[in-house]
Design a binder for this molecule. Structure first.
Ligand SMILES: [Zn+2]
Ligand SMILES: [Zn+2]
Length: 619
């Protein structure tokens, strides 16, 4: 239900009435853009009313990169409608009608909008002391807090993008309205650039590529928001997990496993039943005790830590688990692999002394930087500080925030401050992956926790022989495997680097005479550790090459009479480049070191070109 290409996982703006513009008012450009875009939403609503005089209007806020408006209409909209609405919008913009603001009483507002139950509900929801205003341009009058540009003539170049269903107020029990998304920019160049970005984002959409490359599916009979990993998607995940587990073991982590369900007792102690109940699923009763699907892995790790007494000499203890958790997400917010109901976190909890926090956070940063390098992401770091609603002494907050700051500064990591962005129980470092399109994705988080060690009474015996409160850090690097792999699909546009490609080479015999040799080559390559597909179906060679390219298989190894006679393969890359015939041994010498090094490139030429372009991406 979101504008394609918009990846931030913020909630849809369903709960924001159209009198609100959801941006940081400190940021002048963002403010002006939002004001202009929200004005474009009025321009759009005016055009829709011209076509459908009985349309009932919901809300029409500005959003990141554009705007939308929700309508209750007598029939479903078609793409032709969008073209007609755009045409009318352009004509009305030409008139440069001023946006006229008027203050009305609640009674007047109810009288003006009394025919429209949505607006009536909005009006009735306004606080008693609210100044209620309307805005009018031409014939069109809307309930609105504003602000608006002075006249429709000042609305920049725009484009309507899509139609989607949207429940009134985001509530699936309320009527479904039709939402039209649009985008508007100060200049035509900016609009064109944005549309190109959107097209590119659509080309890379992990849901589309996930289907085309047979990576995953969501099955309505299994249930929405629950991912089925197909063999090729599962191979990618397996490789990512293997890589990460190995890195963790080398860096002093211990692997653990904890159950998918736990009794209500633990979630009472942890506080989840008080603070996160709405994100948890209904309990199941086992011998009269309520059990819940786990929404987090922390309590299990804490119980492992607490299973015996630890001295300061044991610390730090770093427990890591690929922990599968289940959280309730409204069906309207589910989105492919990016927003799901069950997911596996690469979760870890570090138990250490307060003195060790700087080093431990630093160790996580090192691993995060290594991950960014391996997967070819740029990144942007944030230090999230104390929010208004929070627990713990100012002193404790200051110290932990300072520890995280130092961990970043020691590593020369530049960061922005996310003022008040910490959790109620402690500050954190957020590192966002910046993908090939410049979009930020949730990446590593390093979170100090003052809450759970208190609630669970988690201690260690210090040098003084006394019990001291342990320092606890929650940490994920990739976040959830679902979201991370979905993100990788978009980052690489499905063309995975060699080490991650589910099939690394397709062997293509030209005629049936080469089939035996093709299987012989496949056996040798598989023995050498490569993942190989032999395409011995009855198809023309060109069609097989085309198919392998569509599947984004890194290497195509074509085998004709001559290759079979000379124990050779003719190598093509998925980008279309032809490397010519080479002995099977020479192909292995080219490919294997690239797998080993997790290279992002398929051969030296590609690597040099990428270096020149300053890009770390595969073709
Ligand atoms: Zn407005
Ligand atoms: Zn945790």
């Amino acid at each position: 239900m979101r504008e394609s290409g918009e990846i931030e996982m913020t909630d849809t703006h369903d709960d924001i009435a159209n009198m609100d513009i959801a941006v940081d008012l400190e940021d002048a450009r963002a403010y002006e853009l939002a004001r202009m875009r929200h004005s474009a939403a009025h321009l759009m609503a005016e055009a829709v009313l011209e076509i459908f005089p009985d349309a009932r209007l919901g809300i029409g806020p500005a959003i990141e990169h554009g705007f939308y408006y929700d309508f209750d209409l007598p029939r479903p909209l078609t793409p032709d409608d969008l073209a007609e609405i755009e045409r009318r919008m352009a004509a009305n913009r030409e008139k440069a009608e001023p946006f006229v603001r008027e203050v009305v009483t609640r009674e007047e507002a109810l009288r003006i909008f009394g025919e429209n139950p949505y607006k009536v509900e909005l009006i009735e929801g306004l606080p008693a002391d609210e100044i209620i205003t309307t805005y009018q341009q031409g014939e069109f009058l809307d309930l609105c807090r504003g602000p608006h540009v002075p006249s429709t003539g000042e609305i920049g170049p725009f484009k309507l993008l899509s139609i989607a269903g949207a429940y009134w107020r985001g509530d699936e029990k309320r009527p479904m309205l039709q939402r039209i998304y649009g985008t508007a920019w100060p200049t035509q160049d900016e609009l064109d650039a944005h549309l190109t970005r959107l097209e590119e984002a659509q080309r890379r959409d992990h849901r589309r590529l996930g289907r085309e490359l047979d990576l995953f599916s969501v099955n309505e009979e299994i249930g929405p928001g629950l991912i089925l990993w197909h063999p090729k998607g599962a191979m990618i995940r397996y490789l990512v997990e293997q890589f990460e587990q190995k890195e963790q073991l080398a860096r002093g982590y211990d692997l653990v496993y904890t159950p998918h369900i736990a009794s209500e007792k633990i979630y009472r102690t942890s506080g989840h039943l008080e603070t996160d109940r709405e994100n948890m699923y209904s309990p199941m009763s086992i011998e009269e005790v309520d059990y819940y699907l786990k929404p987090m892995n922390c309590p299990g790790h804490i119980m492992i830590y607490k299973n015996r007494v630890h001295s300061y000499r044991d610390l730090p203890i770093r427990l890591a688990e690929l922990g599968t958790v289940y959280r309730y997400e409204r069906s309207g917010t589910l989105h492919g692999m990016l927003r799901v109901r069950g997911f596996t976190q690469d979760d870890s909890h570090i138990f250490c002394t307060p003195e060790q926090v700087v080093d431990e956070a630093g160790g996580v940063i090192d691993l995060a930087m290594h991950m960014a390098d391996v997967f070819g992401y740029e990144f942007q770091s944030y230090l999230a500080t104390r929010p208004e609603k929070s627990i713990g002494d100012a002193e404790v907050w200051e110290r932990a925030t300072e520890d995280l700051r130092r961990a970043m500064e020691i590593r020369g990591l530049s960061y922005k401050i996310d003022e008040g962005g910490g959790a109620f129980y402690g500050p954190k470092i957020d590192i966002k992956w910046v993908d090939a399109l410049g979009r930020e994705w949730t990446g590593p988080t390093i979170q100090v926790d003052f809450n759970l060690p208190e609630r669970f009474d988690v201690n260690y015996i210090a040098e003084d022989g006394e019990r001291h409160r342990v320092a606890m850090i929650h940490r994920t690097l990739l976040g959830s495997m679902e979201r991370f792999v979905g993100g990788l699909v978009e980052h690489y546009a499905g063309a995975f680097p060699l080490w991650l490609a589910p099939v690394q080479a397709a062997i293509i015999p030209i005629t049936d005479e080469q089939i035996d040799f093709a299987h012989d080559v496949a056996r040798r390559l598989i023995d050498a550790g490569l993942r190989i597909d032999v395409n011995d179906r009855r198809d023309r060679m060109q069609a097989k090459i085309r198919e392998a390219q569509l599947q984004k298989i890194p290497y195509m190894l074509v085998i004709g009479k001559r290759e079979a006679a000379e124990d050779a393969v003719a190598v093509r890359l998925r980008n279309g480049r032809d490397l010519g015939a080479m002995p099977v041994g020479a192909f292995l010498e080219m490919a294997l070191p690239r797998v080993e090094a997790r290279s992002l490139h398929l051969d030296d030429v590609e690597e040099a070109a990428a270096r020149e372009a300053g890009l770390a991406l595969v073709s």
